[in-house]
Design a protein around this ligand. Structure first.
Ligand SMILES: *Cc1c(COP(=O)(O)O)cnc(C)c1O
Length: 384
C-alpha cells in the first residue's frame, strides 16, 4: 500500500509548538500580546516594507487596503481576471465595480498592455477610470509590477498588490531589482492561510511604506476605536486583528521562510527537469523574476483534448496523488457575470489546462519521483 501524497500541507516544527505554547501559557491568547507586534516588525523587516499590520486573513488585509484607497460604492477597481476570488471579493465588499484584466500567456499575470489600451479608450470616451489597480502575484510568480506602477502613476491610480501567494518572491533585474513582491505598490497584502508558504492557521499581513496608511490600517482593523477612556469610535471599523497565538505560530514560520522558498524552488527544478522534452508546459520562469513556485502548476497540452486536465487529475487520484485544478477566471464566476472584462481567453485557457502538483515543503524526493513517474506514464498513455 502506498501513502497518499497531498497537494500542499503545512510544515509545523518544534519551534512553532514551543512559541504557540508560550503564547497560550502567557494567557494572552487574543489580539493583545507581544507576539503580534514582534511578528509585524520581523515581517516588515523580511520583505523590506516600512510598516506591517497583522490581520485576521489575507482577504481582511486586502479589504483594508481597498478602504484606505478610498474605494466607494460604484468606484472601479481593475483586478487580474485569473486569480482566486478573494482578490476581487475585497473590492466587492466596498461595492466596487470591477474591470477584470486578462493575463499574459507568458507570465500568467495581468496583461498591462491590454489594460493600458483600455484606460486610453475609456479616457477618450469619457468613461469611468479605475480608482485602484490590484495586481496579483500569481502562484508565487512576481507580476509585471513596474509597468503597472508607471501606468497607474500616469492616471493617478492607487496600486494594491495581492501578494497572498507569493511571499518570498523577488525581482532580480530591472527597476524593481532586489524588491520583494507586496512592497512596491502603495499597499500590499499577504496570506497565512493553511496552504500558503507560511501559515498562522489563518491570517494575513498588510504592508505599506506610508506611516499614515499603516496607522489607519491598524485603527480600522481594531474596530476604529480611539484610545479614549470610554468606547469612542470615529468610523466604522472591523474586527480584523490577528490573535497572539496565531502570531506566535507566524514568527516561528517566518524563521523558516528562506528554507521553505529554497525547498519550493528545488521541487520546481526537479519537476521542470522531468517534464523537459515532453509536451507538458511548465510554470513561468522569466528573467528578472524569482518565483517561489508556491503551488507548482503545469499546463496539460491542448492537443490531448479538452478533458485532458481532468483525466490526468483522475489518473493521479487513483494512485493516491492529490492534484488540483487552477482557478476558474473571475469573469466566469456567477456573482461577477455583469462585470467588465478585458480579454479573458488566456485565463480560460490557463483554467482549462492547469493542474497543480504536490509540492509540500516536506515532500520527499521519493514521493516526488512517484508523482513524476505517474505524470509521465499518463503522458505516454494519453499519447497512444
Ligand atoms: C489565499 C489568497 C487570498 C486570501 O487569503 P486568505 O488569507 O485566505 O483570506 C487572496 N488572494 C489570493 C490570490 C490568494 O491565493
Amino acid at each position: 500500500m502506498t501513502e497518499r501524497i497531498p497537494l500542499a500541507i503545512p510544515n509545523i516544527g518544534d519551534r512553532e509548538i514551543e512559541l504557540v505554547n508560550e503564547a497560550v501559557r502567557s494567557g494572552f491568547v487574543s489580539s493583545v500580546g507581544r507576539f503580534v507586534s514582534e511578528f509585524e516588525t520581523q515581517f516588515a523587516e523580511y520583505v523590506g516594507a516600512k510598516y506591517a499590520v497583522a490581520c485576521a486573513s489575507g482577504t481582511a488585509a486586502l479589504h483594508i487596503a481597498m478602504r484606505l484607497a478610498g474605494v466607494q460604492p460604484g468606484d472601479l477597481v481593475a483586478v487580474s481576471d485569473f486569480t482566486f476570488m478573494a482578490s476581487s471579493n475585497a473590492a466587492s465588499y466596498q461595492f466596487a465595480e470591477l474591470l477584470l484584466v486578462d493575463s499574459e500567456p507568458e507570465s500568467w499575470s495581468m496583461d498591462v498592455v491590454k489594460l493600458r489600451a483600455e484606460l486610453e479608450r475609456r479616457k477618450a470616451a469619457g468613461e469611468k477610470l479605475p480608482k485602484v489597480i490590484e495586481i496579483v502575484h500569481i502562484l508565487g510568480q512576481p507580476a509585471d509590477a513596474h509597468a503597472v506602477i508607471e501606468l497607474a502613476a500616469e492616471y493617478g491610480i492607487t496600486v494594491i498588490e495581492d501578494a497572498a501567494e507569493a511571499l518570498g518572491a523577488v525581482w532580480t533585474e530591472g527597476p524593481l531589482a532586489g524588491k520583494h513582491v507586496g512592497t512596491v505598490g502603495q499597499m500590499g497584502a499577504y496570506s497565512f492561510n493553511g496552504n500558503k508558504i507560511i501559515t498562522t492557521g489563518g491570517g494575513g499581513m498588510f504592508t505599506t511604506d506610508d506611516e499614515a496608511l499603516a496607522q489607519r490600517a491598524k485603527h480600522l482593523s481594531t474596530q476604529a476605536r480611539l484610545p479614549d477612556r470610554g468606547y469612542l469610535h470615529d468610523e466604522i471599523g472591523f474586527n480584523y486583528r490577528l490573535t497572539n497565538v496565531a502570531a506566535a505560530l507566524g514568527i516561528a514560520q517566518l524563521e523558516r521562510l528562506d528554507e521553505f522558498v529554497a525547498t519550493k524552488r528545488a521541487i520546481a527544478r526537479r519537476y521542470n527537469e522531468a517534464f523537459a522534452g515532453t509536451d507538458i508546459q511548465t510554470p513561468p520562469d522569466l528573467p528578472g523574476k524569482e518565483s517561489t513556485y508556491w503551488l507548482y502548476s503545469i499546463q496539460v497540452p491542448a492537443s490531448r483534448g479538452e478533458h485532458a486536465r481532468d483525466e490526468l487529475q483522475d489518473f493521479l487520484a487513483e494512485v493516491d496523488i492529490e492534484s488540483r485544478s487552477l482557478w476558474r477566471p473571475l469573469h466566469m464566476q456567477p456573482p461577477l457575470k455583469a462585470e467588465a472584462v478585458i480579454g479573458g481567453e488566456v485565463g480560460e485557457d490557463l483554467f482549462a489546462r492547469g493542474l497543480s502538483l504536490p509540492c509540500s515543503t516536506d515532500l520527499t524526493e521519493s514521493d516526488q519521483d512517484r508523482v513524476i513517474k505517474r505524470v509521465l506514464e499518463w503522458i505516454q498513455l494519453a499519447g497512444e
